[in-house]
Design a protein around this ligand. Structure first.
Ligand code: FBP
Length: 223
């Protein structure tokens, strides 16, 4: 059961980003599952969720894919379908996009159904467009997600000051994403900092893209 503060593997990139992210990397469910089991759990889409076992399986119900013209997320999995394998469900809300009103409707629908099934809802609160990596936009999105009923929120780590602000203004557990490939020392520093302010992490590319991902997973768990 998710409590907050966990160190999770994020693996939705084969949907959200596409081959540019994973070409040449072993993303078999066997390898992804192995990495997830070294962590506190995994956030992934239903296809992978059916193939892996982990302490916490958080099924992402909404998707955007790299060939879509519009920055929007659409429901691709129902709560009922996810409930066979999920410990929690997740949707992404892209704030500041032309379609964000519809994504708010999606949050309402999913939240209602998830709670009927006794599943907590994690909202990826992600500003998009010019404000994608703007401190105030990240703070706004993550606080708003909680006020509209998210049980957990995940957003961008934009440095120590921003992360602290996000947590200070939160009344639900926060997870920070890992972001694009960066030096391992930086990843571990961010994990430590997140933990020091009571937040968890959900790390994707900085973990599964590394040839020594299993070793890195252990380092992240021990950091
Ligand atoms: P990363 O650690 O690879 O950034 O993964 C975390 C994550 O939240 C993924 O779940 C998601 O696909 C990605 O970040 C979103 O990143 P971006 O904003 O670059 O599309």
């Amino acid at each position: 059961m998710l409590k907050g503060g966990e160190r999770l593997l994020a693996f939705d990139h084969a949907v959200e980003h596409g081959p540019d992210d994973y070409f040449g990397v072993d993303i078999s469910p066997e390898r992804i599952g192995k990495i997830a089991r070294l962590m506190d759990g995994i956030i992934c889409h239903i296809g992978i969720a059916r193939e892996v076992r982990a302490k916490n399986v958080i099924v992402k119900l909404s998707a955007h894919h790299g060939m879509m013209k519009q920055m929007s997320q659409h429901l691709v999995t129902s709560v009922r379908e996810a409930s066979d394998v999920a410990d929690a469900v997740a949707v992404t809300l892209y704030t500041g996009t032309p379609d964000d009103g519809r994504m708010l409707d999606m949050v309402r629908q999913v939240k209602d159904e998830a709670h009927e099934y006794g599943l907590p809802l994690l909202v990826f609160a992600y500003p998009r467009g010019k404000l994608k990596h703007d401190r105030k936009a990240v703070l706004y999105a993550s606080r708003m997600a909680q006020e509209i009923g998210a049980d957990f929120v995940k957003t961008y780590y934009l440095g120590r000051q921003s992360a602290k602000e996000v947590v200070d203004y939160s009344f639900r557990p926060v997870y920070f994403g890992g972001g694009d490939r960066k030096p391992l020392k930086k990843v571990l520093d961010e994990v430590r900092h997140a933990a020091s302010i009571g937040a968890g992490v959900a790390i994707g590319r900085n973990l599964w893209k590394r040839a020594n991902a299993e070793e890195v997973a252990k380092m992240i768990m021990e950091a």
